[in-house]
Structures are given as structure tokens and as C-alpha cells.
Design a protein around this ligand. Structure first.
Ligand SMILES: Nc1nc2c(ncn2[C@@H]2O[C@H](COP(=O)(O)OP(=O)(O)O)[C@@H](O)[C@H]2O)c(=O)[nH]1
Ligand SMILES: [Mg+2]
Length: 326
């Protein structure tokens, strides 16, 4: 994964893109990582999106602790947000997004149809935009939403200009492959265009890439754990050591269950060494290969092999989420 490096110029451009296209959409989908909603959130999001209807997506819910994800959703809802867990890999929760978005956009859409206002046209139906920091699953979600319309006559991909806004799809063409690239290159989007999904939904093919709370060490570490920040920018052994320490705290049994490490507490610095020995990650000279052990732990965590583990409890991090303003 390519880490998106944020410079003031990039931030200004990201802000501009989101605010410029905001007026063309009815509802914004703000994608967060369910394992770390605070770390994976753009710090300026409330100011950027203003009062535009928004759904907060707790994505990668399959990797997160369901109890904490539910607690996050509850907290957000109590603050006036629509929020829920989603798995953009298998599509769980995606149908609920569409229903919730329709419900949220209801009054706005009716007004638009009545007045013809804001350049909206009846055929547009519901227009959505997806925003979030790199690697939270924006492209995967767009693909999943797109799946809903696959096979429909109305599915379209050919761009065309209309009222000066972004291009929109013309019916008549169906997608053969994934709609949007996922994984490899966050930050890279093709030309802006609408993806028409069925009759009633269209998506802006312009994942709004926003930056995380870069100055916060907890955020940096947490995003490195989940793999949203390239690990070369960190020391893998240090990072894995930290992850093991966090695991020992939030899910003590995991090191025993997965790696057969003795239940007796092990000094932090020694855990990775022990792990390398137990898993036979050894160098030619027989000494423990700490780098290999580190990569194993990080990969196991990221792929959910250590279990469904969340890194932020709303009891601690929920206070950073402001209630809906209007
Ligand atoms: N397990 C799991 N993986 C996901 C989910 N959504 C996305 N991913 C994976 O996360 C990585 C980044 O996803 P991508 O859609 O490219 O993120 P983007 O940078 O926000 O567009 C990819 O490897 C996806 O397969 C999810 O809900 N669950
Ligand atoms: Mg993407």
C-alpha cells in the first residue's frame, strides 16, 4: 500500500474536492474503521460536511469487537448521527446503508423534485459521496454498493457532462469488473463520474480522500497497527512489540491461544523474542528473527487471525465525537 503523504497543498485540494462536490450529493457516507473510529477519522470532517445529511459507516466490522462496535454505533446515534456496522468485503450492512440514506435524504429529495432546485433532476434520485482517510474501505464500499445494481438495465458507466457538475452515467452499459480499484493505490482515482446503481441510486466515483489526525501519536500508532500507514515508516519490531503490549491488555488470552505463549506474564521486550522462538522464526545462526516474528504478528492482527479486536473503546474516545449540530 502506498502511504498518502499529506502536505498543506494536498489537504487544501482534498478540502476543495469534498466541498466542491458536496453540493451534488444528497447524503455523504463517512467511512471509519470500526476498530478505531477516532484514529481513522478526519479531524475537520464536521466543518467540511456542514449540515449535509451523513451516514457514519463503521467499516471492517468483521475485524472489530462486535460489542464495542455496537457501543460506538449507540454512542453516535445518541448524538444524532445515523451510524452502523458494515463489512464492505462481503456486503453485510450495505443494504441498510441504502435504506438509511434514502430515509435521510427524504425531505431534501422531495424538495428538490418540487422546485427543480440545485440543478437536481428527478431521475437523479439518491446521490451519494463516500469520504474517509486512506485504506478504510471506501473503494470496497463503492464496489459493494455497485453490486446492488449489477445486472440491472440501468447500470451505467459512460460519462457525460450535464449541468457543470461531475459526469454522470448513461444507461446501457454493464460493468464486467469491479467498479473501483481497491487496495493497491489509495489516493488514485480515475476521472470523476457518476456510477448509476439501479434506478434510484448513484454514487460519485470520487472517493473523498481525507487525512487522519496526523499529529496524534495514538492515531499514528493505531493506523500503523491496522495497516493504514505503511509499515516502512515505522520500525516493524517496535510496532509489533507495542501491538503485543496492547493485546496483552485488551485481549490477554490471544497470545496464549494463537501462539502458545505461556500464560505467565512476560516482560514486554521479551515477548517478541519468545514468540520468534516458539514459532521457530530463526536466523541462520539460530538466533530469533525478530523482524520475521514482527511481520507475522502484524499480519495476523490485520487479517483478523488474532480475533475480532477493537483498539478504541467509545468510553475513552467517544468524547472526541461532537453531536450533530442541527
Ligand atoms: N476485512 C475487511 N476488509 C476490508 C473491508 N473493507 C475493505 N477492506 C480491505 O481493506 C483494504 C483497503 O480497502 P480499500 O477499499 O482499497 O480502501 P480505500 O483506500 O478507502 O479505498 C483492502 O485490502 C480491502 O479489501 C471490510 O469491511 N472488511
Ligand atoms: Mg480507494
Amino acid at each position: 500500500m502506498e502511504r498518502v503523504k499529506w502536505f498543506p497543498g494536498h489537504m487544501a485540494k482534498a478540502r476543495r474536492v469534498v466541498t466542491e462536490y458536496l453540493k451534488y450529493v444528497d447524503v455523504v457516507l463517512e467511512v471509519l474503521d470500526a476498530r478505531a473510529p477516532y484514529a481513522s477519522r478526519n479531524p475537520e470532517i464536521d466543518g467540511l460536511l456542514g449540515s449535509r445529511p451523513r451516514l457514519v459507516i463503521l467499516n471492517k466490522a468483521d475485524l472489530a469487537d462486535p460489542r464495542l462496535t455496537e457501543a460506538w454505533a449507540k454512542l453516535l446515534r445518541s448524538q444524532g448521527w445515523s451510524a452502523g456496522p458494515v463489512n464492505s468485503q462481503n456486503g453485510e450492512g450495505v443494504r441498510a446503508i441504502v435504506q438509511a440514506a434514502h430515509a435521510l435524504a427524504g425531505p431534501d429529495l422531495k424538495r428538490a423534485l418540487a422546485t427543480g432546485g440545485e440543478g437536481r433532476r428527478p431521475w437523479r434520485r439518491l446521490s451519494l459521496m463516500v469520504v474517509g482517510i486512506p485504506n478504510v474501505g471506501k473503494s470496497s464500499l463503492i464496489n459493494r454498493l455497485g453490486d446492488r445494481g449489477r445486472g440491472s438495465r440501468n447500470l451505467a458507466a459512460v460519462p457525460e457532462r450535464d449541468d457543470g457538475g461531475p459526469k454522470y452515467g448513461r444507461p446501457g452499459r454493464t460493468y464486467q469488473q469491479k467498479l473501483v480499484r481497491t487496495g493497491a493505490l489509495p489516493g488514485v482515482t480515475r476521472g470523476h463520474q457518476w456510477i448509476q446503481v439501479g434506478k434510484y441510486l448513484r454514487l460519485l466515483d470520487l472517493p473523498g480522500i481525507l487525512w487522519p489526525r496526523l499529529e496524534d501519536p495514538h492515531v499514528q500508532e493505531t493506523l500503523a497497527f491496522v495497516g493504514a500507514i505503511r509499515e516502512e515508516t515505522y520500525d516493524a519490531e517496535r510496532l509489533a512489540g507495542r501491538l503485543l503490549a496492547v493485546m496483552a491488555e485488551v485481549r490477554p488470552g490471544v497470545l496464549t491461544d494463537r501462539y502458545g505463549l505461556a500464560a505467565a506474564p512476560v516482560a514486554r521486550e521479551e515477548t517478541l523474542t519468545r514468540l520468534a522462538e516458539v514459532k521457530r522464526c530463526l536466523l541462520d545462526n539460530g538466533r530469533p528473527d525478530l523482524y520475521r516474528a514482527a511481520v507475522m504478528v502484524l499480519t495476523d492482527f490485520r487479517e483478523g487471525r488474532l480475533g475480532r479486536i477493537s483498539l478504541e473503546d467509545p468510553a475513552e474516545y467517544g468524547r472526541f465525537f461532537a453531536p450533530r449540530a442541527d
